[in-house]
Write a new protein. Structure first.
Length: 157
């Protein structure tokens, strides 16, 4: 939703593009007919604008928003990762390897006292410990980790 507001401020998008982004951010499954009605265009120009936004990479895809708790994946931990080597080759190896871990929901390179911040989602603390010990600690160039367990998710995307 925040990105939709920012898109409106970007000179690359007109008000109609911004409105399409805003509507899709709330409901990615909306039909073209309903989208066209909400933005005040007919179906054909709406489809053309949507295809352009996708072709330009503004809209990368559409996903289902899953209920992690109902899937038994309500244990969230944030992991600070410090690498032993931060040269470009080491960073690329770490990046490629971390992308393969399904338990890692997000990975961000950080400017600070550690190098990466990972959001890890598992079923429980035992499973998290296994992921940390067997997978995260084995990633290329990992020197140390520090874990923070989320007690409650107040706001998630």
């Amino acid at each position: 939703m925040q990105m939709a507001k920012i898109a409106h401020q970007n000179s690359e998008f007109d008000q109609i593009d911004s409105r399409i982004i805003e509507v899709l951010a709330k409901d990615g499954r909306i039909s073209i007919s309903d989208l066209a009605e909400k933005i005040g265009l007919s179906k054909t120009p709406t489809q053309l604008r949507l295809k352009r936004l996708q072709a330009n990479g503004v809209i990368e895809g559409f996903r289902a928003v899953l209920n992690a708790q109902k899937l038994g994946l309500d244990h969230v931990a944030f992991v600070e990762v410090k690498l032993s080597d931060t040269r470009e080759d080491a960073l690329q190896k770490f990046n490629a390897a971390v992308k393969k871990l399904r338990e890692v929901e997000e990975c961000h390179m950080i400017a600070g006292r550690f190098d990466y911040l990972l959001k890890v989602r598992t079923s429980d603390i035992r499973k998290y410990r296994e992921v940390l010990g067997e997978k995260i600690s084995s990633l290329p160039h990992v020197a140390s980790t520090s874990t923070f367990v989320a007690m409650q998710s107040v706001k998630e995307k």
